[in-house]
Write a protein that binds this ligand. Structure first.
Ligand SMILES: Nc1ncnc2c1ncn2[C@@H]1O[C@H](COP(=O)(O)OP(=O)(O)OP(=O)(O)O)[C@@H](O)[C@H]1O
Ligand SMILES: [Mg+2]
Length: 200
């Protein structure tokens, strides 16, 4: 049920003023891709790179968020949508606070990612979609958490790429074939995009 009788309360500092004061603009960098495609790996390396550049960055990572904020959600289509809706809202808040929010969630449904993008667009906050792209066969070979093995054995239902769909982005800002791109190069590719587009 939605709340009624609520009124938005503006603060005294606008987003632009905050960015000027903190000498940094916020944005959201949204990783999407199969499990084991390298979202968390590249996102962590990117976060480290940005922080060492003096750019405040903070990662919102699928599994970590499911330990806390989204611990009441599973992997049904409805729960996946709600998972992404909340992450979109939280990343928007971080970005609004002049931080580079880096999200790494499978986010398999195009419509959910588009909603996240729209939420940012409506707020005038940049949104950069990064497609961590690998063939399922490569992800399955990597299988760092043993999840594909369990999915093949039928122990995990609705596993993306095996028994649940993954809808690849049609026009992501950044497309990385992580089976052909070393981690450092992936970070450099993203950093180049951010610099060229004056986002950092
Ligand atoms: N060039 C590369 N880029 C990213 N990851 C790589 C690369 N080469 C090998 N890997 C390995 O691939 C695996 C990617 O796992 P990672 O946990 O980052 O995936 P993920 O997309 O976050 O998966 P999940 O959705 O399950 O969280 C890691 O074991 C990583 O070391
Ligand atoms: Mg991950």
């Amino acid at each position: 049920m939605s709340a009624t009788n609520i009124t938005w309360h503006d603060g005294h500092v606008s987003r632009d003023e905050r960015a000027q004061l903190l000498k940094q603009k916020g944005l959201t960098i949204w990783f999407t891709g199969l499990s084991a495609s390298g979202k968390s790996t590249v996102a962590s390396a990117l976060e480290q790179y940005l922080l060492h550049q003096g750019v405040n960055a903070y990662r919102l990572d699928g599994d970590n968020i499911r330990f806390g904020l989204n611990k009441n959600l599973g992997f049904s289509p409805e729960d996946r949508t709600e998972n992404i809706r909340r992450i979109a809202e939280v990343s928007k808040l971080f970005a609004d606070a002049s931080t580079v929010a880096i999200t790494s969630f499978i986010s398999p449904y195009r419509s959910d990612r588009d909603s996240a993008r729209q939420l940012h667009a409506d707020a005038g906050i940049p949104f950069v979609e990064v497609f961590a792209d690998v063939p399922v066969s490569v992800a399955e070979e990597r299988d760092p958490k043993g999840l594909y093995k369990k999915a093949r054995a039928g122990e995990i239902k609705e596993f993306t790429g095996i028994s649940a769909p993954y809808e690849a982005p049609e026009s992501p800002e950044i497309h990385i074939r992580t089976d052909q791109t070393p981690i450092a190069e992936a970070v450099a590719q993203i950093a180049k995009y951010l610099t060229e587009n004056k986002l950092i």
